[in-house]
Design a binder for this molecule. Sequence first.
Ligand code: ZN
Length: 206
Amino acid sequence: MPESAAQWHARVTSVLASDGPREVPWTSWPTWPFLESEFTARPLEPLGDEQPRRGAGGVECEQCDRSDDPSYIFWRDELMMLGAPFEPTSLPFVAFLMPRRHCDLSDLTPDESARLGQLLVAVERAACEVLDIPRVQVFRFGDGAEHLHWWLQARPTGANQLRGTFLSLWDDVLPAREAGARLADLSAVAARLVELAGGSVPDPPE
Ligand SMILES: [Zn+2]
């Protein structure tokens, strides 16, 4: 029988009380973005009710509501779309791969699942051909908004300090790019993606 959430919480709380949190090596990693290296883990809070996610049930979902906004969506086909983050970014490539339909990962149809897999491959190919990046990081948290969105982000080639775990923190720390330049690069990646995997690039914003 797998450990329940309550069992996990009881065991971890007990060990925290006796041994404290585990030592983490992050601050000695060359990729750690901060000079300050002294920090203390927060106490573990009790289990609570799961928090509702933004856009739950497709109500007031930003991804759905802005799916025709050319300053947000820079590539689409019948099943999937690529969007730019709402917030400013500093890395050469930060985008979201999302289904057109409001759904989460386990809701994808076989056709949507297959297309998603093809696009994860094709977007990396397109982005690495067009931009000066070595590869694309891919991850999905799913805790903020219900509408499925894969994070795709990449560092400049040779920016070895940005490798790995902390890339998204570096994206928040470094100066943001101008929005028009960012969208122009995303549109160039989208144009190559159309050649590699179909779909279309929406007309740019006025
Ligand atoms: Zn949605």
